[in-house]
Design a protein around this ligand. Structure first.
Ligand code: C3B
Length: 777
C-alpha cells in the first residue's frame, strides 16, 4: 500500500473515527480529496522570476473537482481501485460536489482556461469571489421554474486553503471589510504545474461587537458581520445582462481591489517601491467588464499609496491590462450611474475622471476633437461606460470568435477600432478536452486512444489522425455502439432525476444552454410543434423517432425566459401524453442543467442545437463540446458555429437561416404579422400561445410571449431575434437531419469527422494564443 492510500486510511481514522469499510460516501470523498491535497503541497509554489498572468473573473464555473483533480494528478485509477476494494467507487462521489460559482459560458470558459494553462505550464492564476451561494438550483413545479439556494459548501470544501495571512482590507463609502483569500490548486494534466485559483470571501473587520453585545443590542452586534458577509453572499444569476445594482458594483470592486492589493503585496516583497518591473511581471486579463473597475483602482493604489504620477501609473496599467469582450448585447455592456458609483466607492471616482481627461488628450492627439469625442466619453450622460474604459486603458481588446471580433470592429465598437486598430484581436474560444472528452466520455476516449494513441489529451490536433476511420465500417459500428451506450447511461440518469424513460434507439436532439430569447429555445419549441402537427395530420410519414431534450436555467427575474420554460414543459406534457406519439417523438426538459448534467447529456447527443439569431451569440462553447463528442451541429452561421463548420465541413453539419448580412437587411422589412397571416404552418404553431391549446396557469405569460414576437421590445421593432424569419429554413434543416439519420453509417461518418476536426477548439490552443499574443508569458 502506498502513501496515498495510507493517507486516506489515516484521515478516515483521525477525522471521522471510521475504517474504509465503515465510511460513508461523504467521509470517503473528504479523505480522498484531502489525501490528494496532501500529495501536491510540495509542488504548489509559485516559481520565482517569471511573468504571471492573472485572470480576473466574477465567475469560475469549475464543475466537480474530485475526478478531474485525481485524473490530473494521475491518481484516479488508484483511487478507484482503493474504493472498489472497499465496496465503493469514485462514481459514489457524483452527488457530493456541486459546481455552481458561475452562470454559463463566461464562467465555464474561465475554468477551461485554468485547466489548459496549468496543463501547458503557463503561469496563470484565477482571481474571483468565493460566493457563499452559487447559481440557484432549479426545479419545476407544474412546469414553472422554481429556484432554491445552492448551498455548495454543505459537503465542506476540501480543495481550498484559507490564507489568513494574505487577507486585505477593502474600503467602501459605508463600510470597510476584510477580504480573505481561499486558494484552490489548479492542477495541470500530469501534475507538473500547479497554478492557483484565489477566491475572496468578505468578512467583517472584527467578528463581533462586544460593547453592543454587553448592552444587549444583539441585532446590532451581528449587523456589521452580516453587512460584510453580504458582499460575497450570492452570485448574480444573470447571464448576458447587467443588473446595474449597488451590491453588484460592491462585488466587482471587492474582488478587483483585493486581487490588485494581493499582487502588489507580492511585488513589493520582491522589489520594494520600484515599480519599473511591475508590467514585466504581471498581466491581468479582464474577463468581460465585470472587473474593469480594476483599472481606476490600480491607478488609485499606485498614485495614492505609492506616490506615482498619473502618466506613470497609466502607462503601467495599460501594459498590464487586457480586456475580453464576450457579448455585443447592449444590455450587457455595463454602465454605472455616476451617483451610484459615488455612493459606493467615492475614492475611486477621481481616477475615472483622470482617465476621462487622459482619453480626451489621447483623442486630441489623434486629431479627434469637440463633438467628435462624445461617442468615446467614459463618463457620458451621467453614466460610466465600463467597456469604453477597458478599451481605452488596456492594450488589448479581444472578441471570442472570428465573426464576433469582426462585428466588434465593424459595428459595435467601430469608433474605437478606427482610432486604435492595433489593440483589437480575436481569440476564438475553446474547451478543455480533459473534462469534455477524457472524463465525461471514457468510452469514446478509449476508442480514440486505441486507434491514434493518447497524444490528443494534451494536443487535440492529433484527432486529425482519426479522420480515415470515418470510412472504416468497423470503426463506425464501434462508434455507434459507444453512442448507444452513452444514451443508455443518460437514460438511467434522467430516469433517476426526472422520472422519465428515454428510449436509446431514438435520435437524441439536444439544446442545452442558458435560457435567453436570442438563443431561441422558442424557435426550437415551434419546430417541434410543427413536426407534432405534421405527424398528427399524417403529412409527415417518414420521421425517425426523436427525443428533443432541453436543459436551461432562466434568470429568476427574466419573465419571458420563464414563460418559454413553461411553454416547453406544456408541449412536453402534450406530446408525451399523446398515445399517437408513442415510439415516435418525445420532449424532455431536464431540471437544474449544470456542468455535471452537461457531462452526461453531451456525449449522448446525435444533434447539437445551436440556433441563435446570426450575430447574437458571441461564440458559444457547448457547440464545441458536442462536436468533440461526435454530434452534428444543427445551427445558424453565428459565433463559433462558423468556424466549426469550416473545420468539419458543411456537408457534415446542418446549417440554416439568415446570415448576419441578411438579418441586417431584413431589419426594415421583417413583418411577423404578415408571415403569420400568409403561412398557415407558422400561424398554427404561433397561435398555440394564445388560442388555448396550452395553459400558462392564468399568468398571461404566453400572451406576453406572443406579443413579444409580434411587436417586440418596442412598437417599431418587432421581435428582434427574427424567429419567424428563420422558421421555415429551420424546420427544413431539422427534417434534413432526421432523414440523414436513417442512414446510420453515413451519419456516423459525419459524427466521426466532427470529432476528428475538433482540434482547433481546444482551450489549449486558445490559452497559448493569449499567452503568446497578449500576455507575453
Ligand atoms: C458568454 C457568451 O454568451 C457566449 O457566446 C460565449 O461563448 C461565452 O460567454 C464565453 O466567451 N457570455 C456569458 O456567459 N455571460 C456574459 N455575461 C456574457 C457572455
Amino acid at each position: 500500500m502506498d502513501r496515498f492510500e495510507e493517507k486516506i486510511g489515516e484521515l478516515l481514522r483521525l477525522d471521522f473515527g471510521v475504517t474504509p469499510d465503515g465510511a460513508d460516501a461523504k467521509q470517503l470523498y473528504t479523505a480522498v480529496s484531502q489525501a490528494a491535497m496532501d500529495s501536491l503541497r510540495d509542488g504548489w509554489k509559485k516559481p520565482a522570476g517569471k511573468k504571471r498572468a492573472c485572470y480576473f473573473s466574477a465567475e469560475f464555473l469549475m464543475g466537480r473537482l474530485v475526478n478531474s483533480n485525481l485524473m490530473n494528478l494521475g491518481l484516479l485509477e488508484e483511487a478507484d481501485r482503493y474504493l472498489k476494494a472497499h465496496g465503493r467507487s469514485v462514481a459514489d462521489f457524483e452527488q457530493i460536489e456541486d459546481d455552481a460559482l458561475g452562470n454559463g459560458g463566461l464562467g465555464r470558459l474561465a475554468a477551461c482556461f485554468l485547466d489548459s494553462a496549468a496543463t501547458h505550464g503557463i503561469p496563470l492564476d484565477g482571481y474571483g469571489i468565493r460566493y457563499r451561494y452559487g447559481l440557484f438550483r432549479q426545479y419545476f413545479e407544474d412546469g414553472f421554474q422554481r429556484e432554491r439556494a445552492d448551498d455548495w459548501l454543505r459537503f465542506g470544501d476540501p480543495w481550498s486553503v484559507r490564507r489568513e495571512e494574505d487577507a486585505v482590507e477593502v474600503r467602501f463609502a459605508d463600510q470597510t471589510v476584510r477580504a480573505v483569500p481561499y486558494d484552490m490548486p489548479v492542477i495541470g494534466y500530469g501534475g507538473k504545474t500547479i497554478n492557483t485559483l484565489r477566491l475572496w470571501q468578505s468578512e467583517p473587520l472584527s467578528a463581533f461587537d462586544f460593547d453592543l453585545f454587553n448592552r444587549q443590542e444583539y441585532d446590532r452586534a451581528v449587523a456589521e458581520k452580516n453587512r460584510a458577509e453580504e458582499i460575497s453572499y450570492v452570485l448574480y444569476p444573470n447571464d448576458d445582462t447587467d443588473a446595474g445594482k449597488r451590491l453588484r458594483l460592491k462585488q466587482q470592486y471587492f474582488f478587483s481591489s483585493a486581487s490588485l492589493q494581493s499582487i502588489l503585496r507580492e511585488y513589493l516583497g520582491r522589489h520594494g517601491e520600484d515599480f519599473s518591473a511591475f508590467a514585466d511581471e504581471y498581466a491581468v486579463q479582464l474577463n468581460d467588464t465585470h472587473p474593469t473597475v480594476s483599472i481606476p483602482e490600480l491607478l488609485r493604489l499606485l498614485m495614492e499609496e505609492h506616490g506615482l504620477c498619473y502618466d506613470e501609473a497609466f502607462s503601467i496599467a495599460q501594459r498590464v491590462f487586457a480586456y475580453t469582450n464576450h457579448t455585443i448585447m447592449a444590455e450587457a455592456l455595463e454602465k454605472w450611474d455616476v451617483g451610484l458609483f459615488l455612493s459606493v466607492i467615492p475614492e475611486v471616482y477621481p481616477y475615472v475622471v483622470m482617465l476621462q481627461n487622459g482619453l480626451k488628450q489621447a483623442l486630441h492627439n489623434k486629431g479627434i476633437n469637440g463633438a467628435d469625442q462624445i461617442p468615446y466619453y467614459l463618463v457620458d450622460d451621467g453614466r460610466i461606460h465600463m467597456a469604453r474604459m477597458a478599451i481605452f486603458a488596456a492594450h488589448s481588446t479581444n472578441g471570442v470568435a472570428r465573426i464576433h471580433t469582426e462585428i466588434l470592429k465593424e459595428t459595435a465598437l467601430r469608433e474605437w477600432y478606427a482610432v486604435w486598430p492595433e489593440r483589437f484581436n480575436n481569440k476564438t474560444n475553446g474547451i478543455t478536452q480533459r473534462r469534455w472528452l477524457a472524463l465525461c466520455n471514457p468510452e469514446l476516449s478509449g476508442f480514440i486512444t486505441e486507434r491514434i494513441g493518447d497524444g490528443w489529451i494534451t494536443e487535440l490536433d492529433e484527432l486529425k489522425k482519426l479522420a480515415p476511420y470515418a470510412d472504416d465500417e468497423r470503426a463506425r459500428e464501434r462508434f455507434l455502439a459507444i453512442k448507444r451506450e452513452k444514451k443508455c447511461q443518460l437514460a438511467a440518469y434522467v430516469k433517476a432525476r426526472e422520472g422519465v424513460e428515454l428510449n436509446p434507439d431514438f435520435l437524441f436532439d439536444i439544446q442545452v444552454k442558458r435560457l435567453h430569447e436570442y438563443k431561441r429555445q422558442l424557435l426550437n419549441a415551434f419546430s417541434i410543434l410543427d413536426i407534432y402537427f405534421a405527424l398528427k395530420d399524417g403529412r409527415l410519414t417518414d420521421f425517425y423517432p426523436t427525443v428533443f431534450l432541453f436543459g436551461a436555467k432562466a434568470a429568476p427575474g427574466y419573465y419571458r425566459a420563464k414563460g418559454i420554460i413553461k411553454y416547453l414543459n406544456e408541449i412536453a406534457k402534450r406530446v408525451n401524453g399523446d398515445p399517437d406519439m408513442k415510439g415516435r417523438m418525445q420532449v424532455v426538459f431536464v431540471q437544474n442543467y449544470d456542468v455535471s448534467y452537461a457531462e452526461k447529456l453531451i456525449p449522448a447527443a446525435d444533434v447539437s442545437e445551436q440556433i441563435s439569431t446570426a450575430g447574437t451569440e458571441a461564440s458559444g462553447t457547448s457547440n464545441m463540446k458536442f462536436m468533440l463528442n461526435g454530434a452534428v451541429t444543427l445551427g445558424t452561421l453565428d459565433g463559433a458555429n462558423i468556424e466549426i463548420v469550416e473545420q468539419a465541413g458543411a456537408e457534415n453539419n446542418f446549417i440554416f437561416g439568415a446570415t448576419v448580412e441578411e438579418i441586417a437587411s431584413a431589419a426594415s422589412t421583417y413583418d411577423p404579422k404578415a408571415l403569420c397571416r400568409d403561412n398557415p404552418r407558422i400561424r398554427r404553431v404561433v397561435d398555440t400561445l394564445v388560442d388555448g391549446t396550452f395553459s400558462d396557469g392564468g399568468t398571461g405569460m404566453f400572451r406576453e410571449l406572443y406579443d413579444s414576437l409580434m411587436t417586440g421590445a418596442s412598437w417599431h421593432r418587432p421581435d428582434q431575434y427574427y424567429l419567424l424569419l428563420d422558421f421555415e429554413s429551420y424546420c427544413d434543416a431539422k427534417l434534413r437531419v432526421n432523414r440523414a439519420y436513417r442512414d446510420r453509417a453515413a451519419f456516423a461518418r459525419k459524427c466521426l469527422l466532427n470529432t476528428a476536426n475538433a482540434g482547433k477548439f481546444s482551450s489549449d490552443r486558445t490559452i497559448r494564443e493569449y499567452a503568446r499574443e497578449i500576455w507575453g508569458v
